[in-house]
Write a protein that binds this ligand. Structure first.
Ligand SMILES: Cc1cc2nc3c(=O)[nH]c(=O)nc-3n(C[C@H](O)[C@H](O)[C@H](O)COP(=O)(O)OP(=O)(O)OC[C@H]3O[C@@H](n4cnc5c(N)ncnc54)[C@H](O)[C@@H]3O)c2cc1C
Length: 409
């Protein structure tokens, strides 16, 4: 027995699941849509524990989904925030080269940004950097004027409000525990009952590979959680940072390196680092989940990744357990910052898909299931940063490419 029948169910009440749901309610207002979220409110995980940056799209490989959906998604996000009164600011950012060998990388990043359609990108020298960020130190910097800030928990709540107003349902405290499929229908079992649906989209973030398996599909990747830890600057030292100050990222690694972010609240934080977490929702060192740890240990790709990135991983661990090391990394960008200016802030856990060959999946990945009912199940398997920025564009892209298969039109 099921509680009700829906045209489409989305698993995951994060900014991506809600972004997809919002697009469905806009395009197909007659469809019965249900979002299932295991927590008691939306955006409790990645979407509520991030840096709040509206990324410009400057870093990503031209033509990739990340590049296309970040650039169009950033514009859509600014417009959405403006239209719905969500606090935001287009404050711009600087990417600062602090070592000679980083200077050519700045030009490469600028060229990528131009190829991705960004305007206003400019490489500046030390003096002009000082005019923009008076306390930053660097040899040269790239100005990215279209970068902004917002609060993605508020964005997610607004998405949920609009979905509900349009006739959709966002059901919280409804953890999905099982999925049964037959040629005609799909039954999703949750802690709040079972729901029948004609189509299903899995946007379960840190658990998207498990939900994929629960639906009888092989994700082909494993989600590995990378914790990002922040320090807050003492309020009296927040004036050291006007907007956003980033280092030149290491091209071998998908994360951007510890940076300074002025939040929409006015607070300034530093981070996040990228430490392998011992649990999918491992927000602290003490969070250890043996089931999670065992599943990585049994996945060959995990050991291949460890062999490839162990040096970087050790550096991140060192910065995680030593505040002094964290402060020293920050001093490269802001020499005046002292260890005593930093107080422990929050943390977030990134869901990063890992391939069996040990490579971290770089681009966004959406995979349609080949099993029955045909085309009716879609798994969103890799949506790391800048997916919050891109959430509206991701919603649009998924609906445009999969609506017919999902039976929405
Ligand atoms: C530290 C950090 C900093 C970041 N900074 C930025 C940034 O500045 N800008 C940017 O654009 N992006 C940033 N990101 C990335 C961005 O936050 C994520 O890409 C985005 O939030 C992913 O959204 P999501 O909906 O896929 O995941 P989530 O927000 O994690 O949502 C998935 C949801 O699925 C639910 N779920 C899981 N299992 C089940 C189940 N069995 N049943 C029901 N529900 C389930 C979870 O409870 C969760 O709410 C950052 C991420 C982190 C971690």
């Amino acid at each position: 027995m099921t509680d009700s029948h829906h045209n489409i169910i989305i698993i995951g009440g994060g900014v991506v699941g809600l972004g997809v749901a919002l697009e469905i309610t806009r395009r197909f207002p007659r469809q019965r849509l249900l979002v299932l979220e295991k927590e008691d409110r939306v955006a409790r995980h990645q979407s509520g524990h991030n840096s709040g940056v509206i990324h410009s799209g400057v870093y990503y490989k031209p033509g990739s989904l990340k590049a296309r959906l970040c650039v169009s998604g950033a514009a859509a996000m600014v417009e959405f925030c403006r239209e719905h009164g969500v606090p935001h600011q287009v404050c711009g950012k600087v990417i600062v080269a602090t070592r000679e060998e980083e200077v050519p990388r700045l030009e490469e990043i600028r060229a990528r940004g131009v190829a991705n359609g960004l305007s206003g990108l400019r490489i500046i020298g030390r003096e002009e950097l000082r005019e923009i960020e008076p306390h930053a130190a660097g040899l040269q910097a790239l100005i990215v004027p279209s970068t902004g800030i917002t609060d993605y928990a508020l964005v997610s709540e607004k998405y949920a409000e609009l979905i509900t107003a349009a006739g959709g349902t966002v059901l919280t405290s409804a953890e999905v525990t099982g999925i049964r499929r037959s040629s005609g229908e799909i039954v999703v079992e949750t802690r709040r009952g079972a729901f029948e649906t004609s189509a299903l989209i899995n946007c379960a973030g840190l658990f998207s590979d498990r939900i994929c398996r629960m639906a009888g599909d092989d994700p082909g990747v494993m989600i590995v959680p990378f914790r990002g830890e922040y320090y807050d600057l003492l309020p009296e030292r927040a004036s050291l940072v006007r907007a956003l100050i980033y280092p030149v990222p290491d091209p071998r690694f998908p994360f951007l390196g510890v940076h300074f972010t002025r939040r929409i609240s006015g607070k300034v934080d530093a981070g996040p680092n990228a430490v392998l977490a011992m649990a999918r929702e491992g927000y602290r060192h003490s969070n250890i989940n043996l089931r999670d740890a065992a599943s990585w240990a049994m996945f060959g790709g995990f050991w291949r990744m460890a062999r490839r990135h162990w040096r970087m991983g050790l550096g991140e661990w060192h910065r995680s357990i030593s505040k002094g090391a964290f402060a020293r990394a920050l001093q490269k960008l802001l020499p005046e910052i002292r260890e005593q200016d930093l107080v422990p802030g929050g943390s977030g856990v990134r869901a990063q898909a890992l391939k069996p060959d040990g490579a971290l999946v770089d681009d966004f990945q959406f995979v349609s299931s080949g099993r029955v009912p045909p085309g009716k199940v879609l798994h969103v398997l890799n949506v790391p940063s800048p997916a919050a920025t891109a959430s509206l564009a991701i919603g649009r892209a998924i609906v445009e490419s999969a609506a017919a298969g999902l039976g929405l039109c």
